[in-house]
Ligand binder design. Structure first.
Ligand code: DGL
Length: 266
C-alpha cells in the first residue's frame, strides 16, 4: 500500500519541475504531487529563518496529501532548512544538495570544484561544507548568480544578454582551474549549453536535479517503496499563486504539457 503512494516534491516556485522532469525519466510509474510556493518566491534572496518557516508549511501540505517520501527540490531550502526538516520529520526527506555534492566530488580530478547558486545558497556555505565533508582537501570556488533565475524565466536561454551575464559570473572559474561545476539552483540546468560554452567542454556540469532523481530511486528501492504498478504516473501540481505566463514557464521546466494545476492557500 505504501509503495502506491505519491512522491511529494516542493520548491519555492516552478523551477523544481526540473527535478520532476528527472524523476519522471528515472521513475516513470511514480505518482508525483508537486507544490510550488509561487506566492512567496523567490527564496534565494530571503533569510534562512524565513525559508525554514516557508519550507515547514510546504512539508505539512505534502504530508496531508499522504505522500511516501518528500523531495526538497529547491536548492535554497535544501541549503538552509534541510537538516531541521529531516530532524523534525519521520518520512524520508531528500534534498538536492548532497546528491550534487557527491557527484561533483566523484568527478573532479583536479580537486577543484565550482559551485553556483542563489545568494542564500552560496552564503549558507552548505555546498562547501558538504563537499569538504566528502573530500576534505577539495578546493572550492563559489559564485552567486542571482540574474540567472529571471533570465531563465524570461526564456532567454540562448541570448546575448544571458551570455554576457554568464561570462561576467563564470570567467574567473577558468583561472581557478575547476574541472567540475555544480549547478546549485533549480533553474540552472536550462542554461547548460550557454554555461558550457563559457566555461569550456573540459568542465563537467553537475546537474543536481539528475543526481537527486538517482538518489530518490535508491531510497525507494532500499525501503521497498518503489511503485510496481505499470503505466505512467500522474503529476499533480499545486501552486500558491498562478502568476503571469505560468503555463509557458512551467512547461519549459517540465518539458511536457502542464496538466492538473491547482491553486492552494497555505
Ligand atoms: N528554487 C530556487 C533554488 O533552487 C531558485 C528560485 C528562488 O530563488 O526561489 O534555489
Amino acid at each position: 500500500m505504501e509503495a502506491r503512494k505519491a512522491i511529494g516534491v516542493f520548491d519555492s516556485g516552478i523551477g523544481g519541475l526540473t527535478v520532476v522532469h528527472e524523476l519522471t525519466r528515472s521513475l516513470p510509474h511514480e505518482e508525483i504531487i508537486y507544490l510550488g510556493d509561487t506566492a512567496r518566491l523567490p527564496y534565494g534572496t530571503k533569510s534562512p529563518e524565513t525559508v525554514l518557516r516557508f519550507s515547514r508549511k510546504n512539508l505539512d501540505f505534502l504530508k496531508h496529501k499522504q505522500v511516501k517520501l518528500i523531495v526538497v527540490a529547491c536548492n535554497t531550502a535544501s541549503s538552509v532548512a534541510l537538516p531541521r526538516l529531516q530532524e523534525e520529520e519521520e518520512l524520508p526527506v531528500i534534498g538536492v544538495l548532497m546528491p550534487g555534492a557527491r557527484a561533483a566530488a566523484l568527478v573532479t580530478k583536479t580537486k577543484r570544484v565550482g559551485v553556483i547558486g542563489t545568494t542564500a545558497t552560496i552564503h549558507s556555505s552548505a555546498y562547501v561544507k558538504a563537499l569538504q565533508g566528502i573530500t576534505p582537501d577539495l578546493e572550492i570556488w563559489t559564485q552567486p548568480c542571482p540574474l540567472f533565475v529571471p533570465l531563465v524565466e524570461e526564456g532567454w536561454l540562448d541570448d546575448p544578454i544571458t551570455e554576457l551575464a554568464t561570462k561576467r559570473y563564470l570567467e574567473p572559474l577558468a583561472e581557478f582551474g575547476a574541472d567540475a561545476l555544480v549547478l546549485g539552483c533549480t533553474h540552472y540546468p536550462l542554461l547548460k549549453d550557454i554555461i558550457s560554452r563559457v566555461v569550456g567542454p573540459e568542465v563537467v556540469l553537475v546537474d543536481s536535479a539528475r543526481e537527486t532523481a538517482a538518489e530518490v530511486m535508491n531510497v525507494l528501492e532500499e525501503r521497498g517503496l518503489t511503485n510496481d504498478r505499470g503505466g505512467t504516473g500522474r503529476i499533480t501540481v499545486y501552486v500558491t499563486d498562478i502568476p503571469y505566463r505560468f503555463k509557458e514557464v512551467g512547461e519549459r521546466f517540465l518539458r511536457r504539457p502542464l496538466e492538473h494545476v491547482e491553486h492552494v492557500e497555505l
